[in-house]
Design a protein around this ligand. Structure first.
Ligand SMILES: [Zn+2]
Length: 322
C-alpha cells in the first residue's frame, strides 16, 4: 500500500506571498434565501457525515484568478469542466460528523460577517437539520482563512458553539498568532486583514475550549489529522476511517474553483500562500488518492463535494460521486 509521507509534507518553510479570503465586514448573507436544502448525508463505516453547502459566491470573471495562467487559459479550463466562461461560482462545504456518540464539525463556513451575499448559511442549515449549536461537541479547523473559521463566532463575536472544544493545527496557530508574521504583512493588505481576522475570531474563544493538534493525531473518534501545508503554513487535511471505509477530507489542497486546480495541479491559486509547496502537497496527495481509489471531500468542490481523484495526463480529474 502506497503510504503518504506526512513528515516529508511537513518539511520546508512557507514563503508567504498571498493571503486568502477575508471576512471582516457584515452583509445581508444571513437573510439570503437558500436555493436548495444544501446538505447531503453519507456513511463512512459507522460514521455519519453530512456535507453542508455554506453558500455560493458568484463573481464575474474579468481577470485570471491565478498568476499561473492567462484569463483565456483559465476560461478554457472552466469550459473543460462544463462551467461558464464569464463567471465563477465559489462554494464552501463544512462537514458535520457523527462519530463515537459525538457531533463534530470540520470547519465552519464564512460565518455571519461574510463578505458575500449567499454564503454564511451553515448555521441555518444546521438549524434546518434540527441541530442546535450547543449540541456540537467539537469543531476541527483545517486552517485559518476566513471562509473556514468565520462561523466559529457569532455576529457579536461570541463562541458560536458554546460547548465545543475548538481543535486547531499547532503549526497554523504558531504562524498566525505570531506578531512578527503579522507585522511583516503590509497594513491594509489582504494578508494583514486575515491576521486581524484570526485575532478577532480566536480572541472570542476561551482558552479552556481550545486545543492544538499535530500531524498524525486522532482529533476525534476515527478522524486523524494529516499535515498538507502550502495553502497555508499549517494547513491540515483529515482522514475519516471506520471499518473498511475511508474518506480523505482535503480541505483546501485545491482551493478557489477547486476542480480547475485539480485539472491543472501546477497552477498557483485560490489563495495558496506558498504556491510551490501547495503544488508539491497536492501532487503527492492526489497520486496517493488515485492509486488507492479513495473517496475525497473537498471544501471548494461542487456540491456535495464528494468524489474521487483520477490521474489524467499531467494532471488529475475530480470525478463526482454518483
Ligand atoms: Zn477555503
Amino acid at each position: 500500500m502506497a503510504k503518504l509521507s506526512r513528515r516529508e509534507m511537513l518539511a520546508g518553510s512557507a514563503a508567504i506571498t498571498v493571503s486568502g479570503a477575508l471576512q471582516t465586514r457584515r452583509s445581508a448573507a444571513q437573510t439570503a434565501p437558500a436555493a436548495l436544502d444544501g446538505t447531503q448525508r453519507f456513511k463512512i463505516g459507522d460514521i455519519e457525515v453530512i456535507s453542508i453547502l455554506d453558500g455560493v459566491r458568484r463573481v464575474k470573471l474579468t481577470a485570471s484568478p491565478t498568476r499561473s495562467a492567462s484569463l483565456e487559459q483559465f476560461q478554457d479550463a472552466l469550459a473543460a469542466d462544463g462551467l461558464a466562461r464569464d463567471q465563477i461560482a465559489r462554494v464552501f462545504h463544512p462537514l458535520l460528523v457523527r462519530t463515537g456518540g459525538r457531533l463534530v464539525m470540520i470547519d465552519t463556513g464564512n460565518g455571519p460577517r461574510t463578505l458575500s451575499v449567499g454564503t454564511g448559511l451553515t448555521a441555518q442549515r444546521l438549524a434546518a437539520a434540527g441541530i442546535e449549536p450547543k449540541q456540537i461537541d467539537a469543531v476541527i479547523v483545517s486552517h485559518f482563512h476566513g471562509d473556514h473559521i468565520g462561523g466559529l463566532v457569532t455576529l457579536e463575536d461570541r463562541p458560536a458553539f458554546p460547548n465545543a472544544e475548538i481543535k486547531v493545527p499547532l503549526d497554523e496557530w504558531n504562524y498566525w498568532l505570531d506578531d512578527v508574521n503579522m507585522n511583516k504583512a503590509e497594513e491594509g493588505s489582504n494578508l494583514r486583514n486575515a491576521h486581524n481576522n484570526v485575532r478577532r475570531v480566536f480572541g472570542a474563544i476561551p482558552g479552556r475550549n481550545l486545543a492544538k493538534f499535530t500531524d498524525g493525531m486522532e482529533v476525534a473518534p476515527g478522524i486523524t489529522a494529516m499535515a498538507t501545508p502550502g495553502h497555508t503554513p499549517g494547513h491540515t487535511s483529515f482522514v475519516i476511517a471506520s471499518g473498511a471505509d475511508t474518506l480523505l477530507v482535503q480541505a483546501d489542497v485545491t482551493s478557489g474553483i477547486a476542480s480547475v486546480f485539480v485539472r491543472h495541479p501546477d497552477w498557483f491559486g485560490g489563495g495558496d500562500m506558498d504556491g510551490p509547496m501547495a503544488v508539491q502537497t497536492r501532487r503527492k496527495l492526489y497520486d496517493m488518492l488515485a492509486v488507492e481509489k479513495l473517496p475525497m471531500s473537498g471544501y471548494h468542490l461542487p456540491f456535495p463535494a464528494l468524489g474521487r481523484i483520477e490521474k489524467r495526463g499531467s494532471g488529475y480529474r475530480f470525478i463526482p460521486a454518483a
